[in-house]
Design a protein around this ligand. Sequence first.
Ligand SMILES: [Mg+2]
Length: 319
Amino acid sequence: MQRKPEGTQRLRQSARTDGAVVGSAVGDALGAPFEFGAAGVFSARFPGSGAADEMCGGGGWDPGEATDDTQMAVLVAESLLERGGPDLPDIFARFQRWAASGPKDVGLQTEDVLTNGMPWDKAAAVHFQVNRRAAGNGSLMRATTSAVHFAPAGQQATMNAARRIAALTHGDRAAWEGTAVFHELIRVTLEGADPLAALPDIVRLIDPAQRPRYATVLAPDWHPDQATEFNGAVWPCLGSAVWALRTTATYEDAIRAAIDLGGDTDTVAAVTGGLAGACYGLDAIPTRWTAPLHVPLPGFGGRVLGLPDLLDLAHRLTA
Ligand SMILES: [Mg+2]
């Protein structure tokens, strides 16, 4: 089914920002039990849409429990709000506090950077110098809150903020540029434009050395089967999220398509959910998915955010 972007243009902007923040968290929680599984597992278990138990939990996750993707997105959001803007050492310190308190999941690269003992402005760069492979999707997965927050500041400001926050944990410029593309996709969607129509222009805004690989995975005829890396890497993760948006017509179908790709299902669905939530708005997200949604914040006093807390966060991020 083809998207009908014209049908979504009249949404209020708050419906879009709420949809992005909640949509990403829902995708994360819905995809988490299927992480590292094969393609098609979700739709084999839930062949039709509307089953009450789709938010099923499993693999160590409770039904509706959001993972590191959303937990880190909340940490970024709370730092932006409490510090009155981007305070990179503060975001890094919150990440470290969280990582040190034993979250159920943390990306390998992110964990290494947060625990290698280096200062905030050196840790990721040193990791990249040693390992050379640092283009995981771990900065992209947490970017919806910052994308919503920086969107009103305009194209250049939001893309630069994306790069700087990504660089806290990812030394590879590919991760910065993929996160910057996501920020800009959210910005144009919040303005009511069609993010897919904007893609060619957005790709021209990134570092020239990074353009060819992004042009490939973001092209209209690219399919996730053509990925040359596991979708835990930033390129196929972003490409798969855009593919899921392009080939479906609702929030729900976009998320189902993303999870059905298998692999890094929570993160691909979190990225898809941010984009699809911004496109279709909060009301397009099924309440059977938002009702059990909750976001534990290890290291922060045992706090667990529910839907009202996420909506409050979304409102304050855009106030
Ligand atoms: Mg995760």
